[in-house]
Design a binder for this molecule. Structure first.
Ligand code: CAA
Ligand code: NAD
Length: 289
């Protein structure tokens, strides 16, 4: 791949664009508002600067990577892309509108991929311009650090499309696992029920935020406790994934923890909104319960 467009310049889109550009691929970073995309590019500049300070990359490489990223709030530049990766908010109606707009400019040989955490690929492919060229490509947060990409073919995804995205993932230094198009794919099917369970444990008063996280960090050797990780992912995204697991399986074991739903209703979305299971307004995160 030589040029990749990323739609949605939030947590994931920013990391994907950085990783793509560092691998020598031109990146188009798009959001609803150009100010959001520009802010994301500034974040990437800062992140690359940190890597230069730590002597992980040269100043020239950082400059070249940044120069490969252009921002836009418009779909027209995507006509030049070999692949478009949708990394917008985890809501199916938003993603479907994006696929319709991309369809108007997408090249006849370009791949359209979704970074969805849980929405069925086959169902979204049916709403895309060409289901054979539609695929799930699931990155992990923080994208520049996490080594895995899950590739999820839909029912109609062609073998050529799957081969192309696997080669792309390797090109940007990731390791691929192929997952079936089932709720949560592989990793989130296992991870997200654990995060939801941690919210039940908190809501039932079995442990405090600090003790639940400390328990899992030290007792399980997890790099982050489950509540810290849920805040890191975004509580809205976690809730959307739990809802997909619950609604698509009908299994009550996946029902969302009331405290998770309440926090999202309050706008407490985790790190990105400044408050979740922790309060991020000070120099260090402070547990809220
Ligand atoms: N961008 C680029 N580099 C980053 C980064 C970012 N956003 N955040 C951290 N890093 C780098 C740092 O520069 C540092 O590099 P060096 O060690 O080479 O200096 C390295 O990562 C470690 O960072 P820190 O020392 O700051 O912090 P840490 O050791 O505590 O690690 C962490 C931070 C990598 C995030 C670690 O806590 C971790 O692995 N947490 C778990 C993350 C996880 O589980 N992610 C998956 C979430 S689920 C998902 O993504 C799927 C979904 O659909 C919801
Ligand atoms: P986020 O809330 O940080 O960012 C979403 C971005 O999408 C926002 O900047 C928003 O303005 C933008 N957006 C919304 N509608 C748009 C549109 N019509 N056109 C262009 N941009 C639009 O969310 P995120 O955490 O980056 O998640 C993005 C996607 O990646 C979701 O599907 C999520 O499930 C998935 N994902 C998230 C994580 C995670 O840890 N947060 C991990 C893997 C996958």
């Amino acid at each position: 791949m030589q040029k990749v467009a990323v739609i949605g310049a939030g947590l994931m889109g920013t990391g994907i664009a950085q990783t793509v550009a560092q691998a020598g691929i031109d990146a188009i970073l798009c959001d609803v508002d150009i100010a959001i995309a520009d802010k994301a590019r500034a974040k990437i500049e800062k992140q690359l600067g940190r890597m230069v300070e730590k002597e992980k990359i040269s100043a020239a490489d950082a400059e070249a990577a940044l120069a490969r990223i252009v921002t836009t709030a418009d779909y027209a530049p995507m006509a030049e892309a070999d692949m478009v990766i949708e990394a917008a908010t985890e809501r199916e109606e938003i993603k479907r509108k994006i696929f319709a707009s991309v369809g108007e400019v997408l090249r006849a040989d370009a791949v359209l991929a979704s970074n969805t955490s849980s929405i069925p690929i086959t169902r979204m492919a049916a709403a895309s311009p060409d289901p054979a060229r539609f695929v799930g490509v699931h990155f992990f947060n923080p994208v520049p650090v996490m080594k895995l990409v899950e590739v999820i073919p839909g029912l109609a995804t062609s073998a050529e499309t799957v081969a192309k995205v696997k080669a792309f993932a390797v090109q940007i230094g990731k390791t691929v696992v192929e997952a079936g198009d089932e709720p949560g794919f592989i990793v989130n099917r296992i991870l997200v029920p654990m995060l939801n369970e941690a919210a039940f444990v908190l809501g039932q008063g079995t442990g405090s935020v600090a003790d639940i996280d400390q328990g899992c960090r030290l007792g399980l050797s997890h790099p982050m406790g489950p509540l810290e990780l849920a805040d890191f992912i975004g509580l809205d995204t976690c809730l959307e994934i739990v809802n997909v697991l619950f609604e698509s399986t009908g299994d009550p074991k996946y029902r969302p923890a009331p405290i998770l739903r309440k926090y999202v209703e309050a706008g407490w979305l985790g790190r990105k909104s400044g408050r979740g299971f922790y309060d991020y307004s000070g120099p260090e995160p402070v547990p809220t319960r």
